[in-house]
Write a protein that binds this ligand. Structure first.
Ligand SMILES: [Zn+2]
Length: 90
């Protein structure tokens, strides 16, 4: 249902950790683990790739991580700009 709301799918392949002081400059190394955060994606969670150097970096881009998972084909189903989760689901 509601597949038309999905803007695009984004598979997790690289580390998207941006070290403090390097705003917008993500690491880009191949991800070795997937960090899971809550988010306003269709599934309510967001997968972020992390390399071995950044998987356990404290705070900053790793704030809010609820768990780490092995890489297993995780794909973020990103929603169009402006879409808001229905209140009944929030
Ligand atoms: Zn990294």
């Amino acid at each position: 249902m509601a597949r038309d709301r999905v803007a695009h799918a984004s598979p997790v392949t690289v580390c998207t950790y941006a070290p403090p002081g390097t705003y917008g400059h993500e690491c880009g190394k191949p991800a070795t683990v997937v960090a899971v955060k809550t988010s306003d994606t269709e599934s309510g969670i967001y997968y972020a790739g992390r390399c071995k150097d950044h998987a356990h970096a404290p705070g900053h881009d790793n704030a809010g991580i609820i768990r780490l998972e092995p890489i297993n084909g995780q794909v973020n189903m990103l929603l169009p700009c402006g879409w808001q989760r229905p209140e009944s689901v929030a």
